[in-house]
Design a protein around this ligand. Structure first.
Ligand SMILES: NC(=O)c1ccc[n+]([C@@H]2O[C@H](COP(=O)([O-])OP(=O)(O)OC[C@H]3O[C@@H](n4cnc5c(N)ncnc54)[C@H](OP(=O)(O)O)[C@@H]3O)[C@@H](O)[C@H]2O)c1
Length: 379
């Protein structure tokens, strides 16, 4: 068996920790070359002791200096350049992209330029620059394998089939914690981060509560699989057992079903095209009994509508959608705006934006910066 050399960007987060769990259970298959975090040096130190990576980076330079004094046997870098070093090191075969937000776009692009395969959890970068990421990966002969459970489901259903035969994609959504809550006034951040079926980082949990997450996933699926936006539909499926479906021209619908446990898409992205045993409880259809589906209510969850509009407009609009959403979520978590003001702030900035049709990387970075500054001004 060939040992795969891996860098995990964002190893201290929800996906990062689960990725290292999968690696730990399959030590003979993987070697950890690099780990990165933002500030969490305590957990990173524990991970360094367990996995002996050669390279480590922290976005926060001061934390990097502190960590240098605490660990031996690895190089510790600081800042974005440090994260790029961990992503592009010659020994690395596969980069797990588990940092949250658009800030990881440059390390991702550099990793692809260095011909690394990518196990992609981060969705914000695909929303910002999916056209560039996919064409660069094609040019450099590297794979982009999704970790996001919906996209992993689609990836597994397509199984390399020609998308020419695809009639449509159906993305399933749990509906988040407020699916059946009549009153969306006065929602506290502590309520919004409690997802009914998944345990995730704060940003994606809030995006799941507003349904923005599903909107970002439409754009992600469009780029990953080259399927037009109008062929991608969202269906609310509260049990989170079917992770998404692909409909083919002959009327066949393929779906991927499993327990809602990120071990499955993570391990598949690490071992593709092979599969390994996981410690996920068996899916017992008799116990589940019933799977239900319904339409998303865009009047209660306008963030999804904004994302769909942005996906249809295309060009640079998704960059604005993503940047403004990141700022709005931070503002909500910080108590500066209310839950229902998240889409209002996003729309305000989207309305000001003059769309560029096929933005290059420097334009994307400029627009991202502009949109964040506009969103920072608030409502
Ligand atoms: N969680 C899930 O189940 C799930 C499912 C599908 C897709 N995703 C996607 O995967 C990505 C990660 O999600 P998550 O839930 O794992 O997030 P998370 O728990 O918040 O973890 C984020 C990771 O990124 C690091 N980080 C945060 N800000 C950073 C910065 N400015 N520079 C460098 N590193 C930074 C964090 O380091 P510190 O610990 O030091 O802050 C941490 O390692 C997101 O794009 C999300 O949409 C997640």
């Amino acid at each position: 068996m060939v040992v795969k050399n891996i860098s995990v960007l964002g190893s201290t987060g929800s996906i990062g920790v689960r990725t290292l769990d999968v690696i730990e259970k399959n030590r003979s298959r993987f070697r950890v070359i690099g780990l990165t975090a933002n500030k969490n040096i305590d957990l990173l130190e524990v991970q360094i002791k367990k996995f002996n990576p050669r390279l480590v980076a922290l976005m926060d330079e001061q934390k990097a200096d502190q960590l240098k004094k605490r660990v031996k046997g690895c190089k510790v870098y600081g800042g974005l350049e440090g994260i790029v070093k961990v992503a592009t090191s010659e020994e690395v075969d596969l980069v797990v992209l588990a940092i949250v937000g658009g800030r990881v776009l440059i390390p991702l692009i550099e990793a692809i330029r260095c011909k690394k395969d990518i196990a992609l959890a981060n969705k914000e970068t695909m929303v910002m620059a999916g056209h560039i990421i996919m064409s660069l990966s094609l040019e450099n002969g590297c794979k982009v394998i999704p970790i996001d459970s919906e996209h992993s489901a689609i990836f597994q259903c397509l199984d390399g089939k020609d998308t020419h035969y695809v009639k449509g994609i159906i993305l399933t959504a749990s509906g988040g914690p407020f699916l059946d809550r009549a009153d969306l006034e006065d929602i506290k951040p502590s309520e919004a981060i409690l997802h009914p079926n998944w345990q995730m980082g704060k940003k994606i949990s809030i995006d799941s509560a507003t349904l923005m997450n599903k909107g970002l996933e439409i754009i992600e699926a469009h780029h990953l699989f080259g399927v037009p936006v109008d062929k991608i539909k969202v269906v609310i499926h509260p049990q989170s057992i079917i992770h998404s479906m692909v409909e083919f021209v002959d009327g066949t619908l393929l779906a991927q079903l499993s327990q809602p446990d990120m071990q499955i898409p993570i391990s598949y992205a690490l071992t593709y095209p092979e599969r390994i045993q996981n410690t996920v409880p068996e899916l017992n259809m008799l116990e589940i009994g019933k799977l239900s589906f319904r339409e998303p209510d865009l009047s209660r969850f306008p963030a999804l509508g904004l994302a769909i509009t942005s996906a249809h407009i295309g060009g640079s609009m998704p960059v604005v959608l993503n940047a403004t959403d990141e700022v709005a979520v931070e503002k909500f978590l910080g108590g500066e705006i209310r839950f229902q003001e998240i889409p209002i702030l996003i729309k305000k900035v989207m309305d000001k934006h003059q769309v560029i049709e096929n933005p290059g990387l420097s334009e994307i970075l400029e627009i991202d910066k502009w949109a964040r500054l506009e969103a920072e001004k608030g409502l």
